[in-house]
Design a protein around this ligand. Sequence first.
Ligand code: ZN
Length: 74
Amino acid sequence: MKKSKKVKKREKKNRPKLKPCPFCGGEAVIEDAVYNYAVMCTRCRCETRWETNEGIAIDLWNRRSTMDELKPCP
Ligand SMILES: [Zn+2]
């Protein structure tokens, strides 16, 4: 039996995966405005601050050391 290898190695490797929301565990998405990026939870809508660099915004979200940077929903 042959195992078919269907690994897509070149799939957007420069974009790290977003961890689930630290507050509610919801799915996070990247918001991008022009030259501005933030990561927002699709469930409770908390978000990171806006950064001009997408990678930094993702990093802020994923590190979670920035819990006070995240704005919980009102
Ligand atoms: Zn959330």
